[in-house]
Design a protein around this ligand. Sequence first.
Ligand code: NAP
Length: 286
Amino acid sequence: MSAQIIDGKQISATRRAAIKDEVAAFTAEFGRKPGLATILIGEDAGSQVYVANKHKACEEAGMESFGFALSANVPSEEVEALIDRLNADDAVDGILCQLPVPKPLDGDALSQRVSADKDVDGLTEASAGRLALAAPGLRPCTPRGVMVMLDELGVDLTGKRAVVVGRSNLFGKPMAQMLLQANATVTIAHSRTADLPAVCREAEILIVAVGQPELVKGDWVAPGAVVIDVGMNRTDKLVGDVAFDEAKEVASAITPVPGGVGPMTIAMLLANTLDAARASEARRAG
Ligand code: NAP
């Protein structure tokens, strides 16, 4: 039997429409729009497109966005001073420094300078610590998007066996933490995992983020498993980390690439910006 195809475009669109309504309510209540500041350094064409899409998404959601485009040879101190200024600016709820940044700038160090309260990428040490301790905080966008997808599917994670393939700080580790907090029993696999196919076959929820085209074969998937493919690999076309045509014959539900997890990330950036704005107003009130 062929799996249900999880429509990330549809889920993202529905979320973005709901966020737009919530932004309107926030704006009416507090007399200002939630605001996202982006820092783009240099001329990288891909980064320019990503940042332009984030501004467009903000506009569509009724949010304010503030763009700072700096030249590739900007001194690090100048970027640090800008981040400090944005950290202190009450009109700015979220800050993101588009990566990668040109050398010799240190993109990770610059990103770490963003206040945890405005860290809408959810990738600072402070945000990772809050997630690990299950404390309130901003969560990384892509794993947050996967949790929304699982929720939309009606998956109750309590007691379920979840396997996350990939242990990056960007995705794998925060994904595993979120599944754990939702009471799944979680295994994290990586390039040194022994017998990866057998580990994958244990999964009722299999989430793959490795960056290897079609690594996970159909016979690595347990019958009836939910398969979430985070991978985005450009071969002659865009393919995921899962051999989709094989896996969909075994899984109960599966995300396609493109049109699966990808569209969720920007929706969750908007959700994080709105959450940060609400938290900022709550701190101001009391
Ligand atoms: P990453 O930082 O390169 O990490 C890849 C992880 O996969 C590492 O933990 C690595 O293990 C593991 N791995 C690599 N080859 C493996 C193999 N043959 N068997 C088992 N594990 C293997 O990548 P990432 O940033 O997490 O991204 C992963 C993929 O997701 C990429 O295709 C990326 O484009 C995509 N992605 C998409 C979105 C989105 O849709 N918005 C967001 C984030 C990422 P080791 O730690 O042992 O090296």
